[in-house]
Design a protein. Structure first.
Length: 134
């Protein structure tokens, strides 16, 4: 996995991946952590020094994932399900069913909202995973 500076377009890191093509990668809202998943596991790296701080086998069928600003929770998209997980165990806290396939997840920098994008457009959720817009 190659990481590039968004301003200079220079490569800033090359991270060993557990697969030939990571399934997804995203930065935390404060840009301090990189979350990515290969075909085998979920990995979280500190962006300062590029040290891996978390690695665990990936739960089946996760299509996308984002780290909450508290650093303790992840939000995962699995087809039409949006799941809140505890960061270090990947234990599920709550699941909510969406009416659309979830392709991408972003978390607001204040941590109060989760934004999902799917085949029916954007949806905005409270962090307790209640839908704000229908």
């Amino acid at each position: 996995l190659q990481v590039w500076d968004e301003t200079t377009l220079n490569q800033v890191a090359r991270i060993k991946s557990d697969s030939w093509a990571p399934k997804f990668a995203t930065l935390s809202s404060d840009r301090q952590l990189l979350v990515y998943a290969g075909h085998i596991g979920v990995h979280i790296w500190e962006t300062r020094g590029w040290r891996e701080i978390f690695s665990q086998p990936k739960p089946k069928n996760i299509d996308c994932m984002a780290l909450m600003p508290d650093g303790k929770h992840l939000v995962a998209g699995i087809q039409k399900k949006l799941r809140s997980l505890i960061f270090d165990t990947l234990k599920e806290i709550v699941t909510f069913e969406s009416d659309t396939l979830i392709r991408h997840i972003e978390v607001a920098t204040d941590g109060k909202h989760v934004i999902t994008f799917g085949n029916k457009g954007l949806k905005v959720w409270n962090t307790d995973l209640t839908l704000l817009n229908a």
